[in-house]
Design a protein around this ligand. Sequence first.
Ligand SMILES: *[C@@H]1O[C@H](CO)[C@@H](O)[C@H](O)[C@H]1NC(C)=O
Ligand SMILES: *[C@@H]1O[C@H](CO)[C@@H](O)[C@H](O)[C@H]1NC(C)=O
Ligand SMILES: *[C@@H]1O[C@H](CO)[C@@H](O)[C@H](O)[C@H]1NC(C)=O
Ligand SMILES: *[C@@H]1O[C@H](CO)[C@@H](O)[C@H](O)[C@H]1NC(C)=O
Ligand SMILES: *[C@@H]1O[C@H](CO)[C@@H](O)[C@H](O)[C@H]1NC(C)=O
Ligand SMILES: *[C@@H]1O[C@H](CO)[C@@H](O)[C@H](O)[C@H]1NC(C)=O
Ligand SMILES: *[C@@H]1O[C@H](CO)[C@@H](O)[C@H](O)[C@H]1NC(C)=O
Ligand SMILES: *[C@@H]1O[C@H](CO)[C@@H](O)[C@H](O)[C@H]1NC(C)=O
Ligand SMILES: *[C@@H]1O[C@H](CO)[C@@H](O)[C@H](O)[C@H]1NC(C)=O
Ligand SMILES: *[C@@H]1O[C@H](CO)[C@@H](O)[C@H](O)[C@H]1NC(C)=O
Length: 456
Amino acid sequence: MWIQFGLLVLFSLFNSVSARLGSAPFLSGGNLVKRDSNPYGVIRGVNLGGWLLTEEWITPSLYTDDAADEWHLCEELGKKKCLSSLESHWKSFFTRDDFEDIKAAGLNSVRIPIGYWAVDVLETEPYVSGQYPYLIQAVNWASELGLSVLIDLHGAPGSQNGQDNSGLIGNTSFYSNTSNIDRTLNVLKNFTEEFTQDIYGDTVIGIELLNEPRLSDTFTMANLKDFYSEASEVIRGVNGNINITMHDAFWGPQYWANYNPLPNTTEASTGNYTIDTHQYYAFEPLNNLPHDIILEKVCNISKILKLTNQGILPTIVGEWSLETGHSPNSTSSSLQNKNDNSQEKRTWFRLFFESQLAAYQPNSNDQPSIGWYYWTWKTDYDIDTWSYRRGLAQGYIPSDVSNSSTLAFPILDNGCVDSTFNYTAPRNPGSKGSRHSPDWILGIFVFCLSLISFAI
Ligand SMILES: *[C@@H]1O[C@H](CO)[C@@H](O)[C@H](O)[C@H]1NC(C)=O
Ligand SMILES: *[C@@H]1O[C@H](CO)[C@@H](O)[C@H](O)[C@H]1NC(C)=O
Ligand SMILES: *[C@@H]1O[C@H](CO)[C@@H](O)[C@H](O)[C@H]1NC(C)=O
Ligand SMILES: *[C@@H]1O[C@H](CO)[C@@H](O)[C@H](O)[C@H]1NC(C)=O
Ligand SMILES: *[C@@H]1O[C@H](CO)[C@@H](O)[C@H](O)[C@H]1NC(C)=O
Ligand SMILES: *[C@@H]1O[C@H](CO)[C@@H](O)[C@H](O)[C@H]1NC(C)=O
Ligand SMILES: *[C@@H]1O[C@H](CO)[C@@H](O)[C@H](O)[C@H]1NC(C)=O
Ligand SMILES: *[C@@H]1O[C@H](CO)[C@@H](O)[C@H](O)[C@H]1NC(C)=O
Ligand SMILES: *[C@@H]1O[C@H](CO)[C@@H](O)[C@H](O)[C@H]1NC(C)=O
Ligand SMILES: *[C@@H]1O[C@H](CO)[C@@H](O)[C@H](O)[C@H]1NC(C)=O
């Protein structure tokens, strides 16, 4: 009787101490559990970067010395050689096994970047097409495994940002030629017609109109909004339900509050528009920041994504990573350092990952936040700060991101992680993570047990 009572007391003590320390496995409720309650299902996804639209830094093995983007790669190889090189890449870089691994990691969605030339390429453009059957295959695999898909137009004719990720480094000529716009609208129409067919189920949950448009004097915000309106009209002309995802052009989700690309069309005026915002600490001017500033910024964006009643549209963080620039004491994405698996680095990665995880998903279902896609699932050399699967293998990304019990850090009431929590990554990469607390709690527990047995 006394022993039972004693054990009960001890067990409650144990639970309350673990609760204070955020040891979710022993709790039945609390913050860590609550954030899974969005009725739409929080999107937890990865990008399939560098696959159907290649980027040199993701697959350097595919690239020759002189080319830095897919346009120039194919220009150099010629269409015939480029097609055979890309065919073998499309066939092998992502297979069904990757989709199974993605599923097993607790992820439920993939964002698939693709260029316009998969649908429409001119003889005068060096690009080759042949990606489309792989896109269909990907949607079918996703469908079989219960993953959803966001199709993302990552490269538009003329380039919408002049960067390698658009396929063509240099000018941002997308908006300066109406033929570019018309061709883009046709590509978006094709995606909509194709993937809203019954044979795909409801696997494709959205179409992103244009990735990372870079605004300027010749491509203004007004121009972009005109394009978003035209594109929405084309898509809604085909389908009334599919989510239309609009990149925020780096202006932040608040700028787009109450935005409606089709204000004059009553039946489509209510919704299924989402905003995509990318959150990186890898690039100017946000690179090389001290870690505490980064964590504060992550918590700041978390608060915006959780603001209710301010007209912020449902918002996805469609790209984020663990890269923070190249300062000596932070991490490096350089290939020379690919074997640097220091414990200190993995400890920081885990904290940075979980901070962003907490920030980019909702903890109640009236918030604009609807989830995230990490950039990216893999790279040729599985760069530590960019490859999700490397993070999984080395344990600095939780093994099942849908299961809050696998997380290390407790969440504070403001929705951000408690970055003061004393977590250290295991000495060896890939072994199971450790919270320090359970060890000494267990110690106290055993000590008290021995006291009790002594007393009786
Ligand atoms: C960019 O556009 C300018 C003016 O249209 C042109 O002269 C230049 O060659 C273009 N640059 C590239 C890299 O295409
Ligand atoms: C616009 O782009 C098309 C190809 O998409 C090209 O044929 C045409 O010459 C371009 N027009 C101008 C004015 O650059
Ligand atoms: C979309 O474009 C692809 C590639 O050209 C083509 O195979 C497919 O049939 C098109 N789908 C629709 C619905 O037009
Ligand atoms: C949004 O899409 C859902 C299906 O995904 C549909 O039930 C709903 O009617 C759509 N809403 C609007 C406003 O089109
Ligand atoms: C909506 O209608 C107003 C008034 O006719 C017009 O000024 C505006 O350009 C229209 N907006 C769009 C996106 O078509
Ligand atoms: C689709 O859009 C609606 C309303 O804009 C949003 O609430 C929902 O979360 C979106 N679903 C997905 C899967 O993006
Ligand atoms: C976070 O937001 C607060 C309030 O807007 C601001 O004062 C602070 O400077 C922000 N922190 C960082 C690191 O940007
Ligand atoms: C890196 O760490 C060393 C040792 O802690 C320190 O002396 C140095 O100033 C740091 N460098 C930067 C750029 O933070
Ligand atoms: C969640 O993770 C915990 C701790 O690893 C494990 O015991 C539990 O079985 C997992 N739950 C599910 C539903 O996978
Ligand atoms: C964190 O835990 C480790 C291992 O138990 C311990 O050595 C270290 O002193 C703790 N640090 C703090 C700040 O409590």
